[in-house]
Design a protein around this ligand. Structure first.
Ligand code: FMN
Length: 321
């Protein structure tokens, strides 16, 4: 098993794939802040004419990171999964990760992502065809049911038929979107049913919560998404807390430098000022909500219309304060 889980103060950590956010640039930021043990790419759509996009190749080949990378696939046609998987054999990746969790209605209507949980035979067929045609390990990212957590036992029985390198469980149903409470009891059930590593995901916001969830669920590791955007030092902090070391607390200057780096990524893009501002805001709004939940900073960030205005607001908050 390649996942170590909680052994000798080590907690296995994974960055949750987040479309539009977990780019190579963001992974390079995590490289500086303290990396997770692995990354999973945002989803690559599998369809009859799909190939491997250049941004995925760039991620595989040019990221600064030393951590493993899995490539996530989203689709429903086994033969096209097989075709893309064969193409991925040319690259160094840890696993192909099958998306069985995306709850967005426009994705679900196409019968892919979370909707696959209503078509478990399709999941079987996809996993089988990839493993019969390539030697790339396969992992699955799933929710705990489509409509109800009661479906989870059946889902796990299907997954248990296959040799998987890991199962990542976002402990909500597909219909529960992001609103229903996470049900980490399900991680214990997954641990009891599967013989591969089980990684817990959903609403883990601090290093302490990560450690509590490992202790409560016996998970082999934790996966963090949104909290890594608002606090990219979280993986470092988890390592420090697990080792009972002093926990790094970022200063205002650390945050300002981070936002400057995020902003610099947009300067090379051919975009209007407004588009550039929107693309940096995707990161800065979660940061502002995290560092100043009740204050005016998030309000001002939401209203910024140019990169200069956004950077001035950040400077006033983080540096001149
Ligand atoms: C903006 C956004 C984009 C996401 N894109 C993906 C994706 O491409 N593939 C995927 O499996 N999950 C995706 N997710 C779900 C996350 O990977 C994760 O399961 C979810 O956010 C719960 O974890 P968290 O509470 O730590 O954020 C996305 C979530 C967000 C907020």
């Amino acid at each position: 098993m390649y996942v170590t889980g909680q052994t000798q103060g080590k907690i296995f950590t994974s960055l949750a794939p987040m479309r539009g956010l977990t780019t190579r640039h963001f992974m390079d930021i995590l490289y500086d802040c303290g990396e997770p043990d692995e990354y999973i790419s945002e989803f690559l759509r599998v369809h009859p004419t799909a190939t491997i996009p250049t941004d995925i190749i760039d991620l595989i080949e040019n990221r600064k990171s030393v951590a493993d990378l899995s490539i996530q696939l989203l689709g429903k046609e086994p033969e096209h999964f097989s075709r893309i998987a064969k193409m991925l054999q040319n690259y160094k990746i840890k696993s192909i990760n099958l998306n069985c969790g995306c709850p967005m209605p426009k994705i679900g209507r196409k019968g892919v992502g979370g909707t696959l949980l209503t078509e478990l035979n399709t999941i079987d067929n996809i996993i089988s065809i990839i493993s019969n045609n390539t030697n790339i390990p396969i992992s699955v990212k799933t929710r705990i049911g489509y409509k109800s957590p009661q479906e989870f036992a059946i889902i796990l029985n299907h997954l248990a038929r296959h040799k998987l390198s890991a199962v990542y469980v976002h402990a909500r149903t597909v219909k529960g979107m992001y609103d229903e409470p996470v049900d980490f009891e399900c991680i214990n059930v997954a641990k009891a049913t599967l013989d591969c590593p089980v990684i817990a995901n959903g609403d883990i916001r601090t290093a302490q919560e990560a450690i509590n969830i490992i202790e409560k669920t016996n998970a082999d590791g934790i996966m963090i998404g949104r909290a890594a955007i608002s606090n990219p030092w979280i993986f470092r902090q988890i390592g420090e807390l697990a080792n009972k070391a002093k926990i790094f607390v970022p200063t205002g200057e650390d945050y300002f430098n981070l936002i400057e780096k995020l902003q610099s990524f947009t300067s090379e893009l051919v975009l209007t000022d407004f588009q550039k501002t929107s693309s940096v805001k995707k990161y800065v709004i979660p940061i502002a909500d995290f560092v100043d939940p009740l204050g005016a900073f998030p309000y001002c960030i939401r209203r910024a219309t140019t990169p200069q205005e956004l950077m001035n607001i950040c400077k006033n908050f983080f540096v001149k304060k």
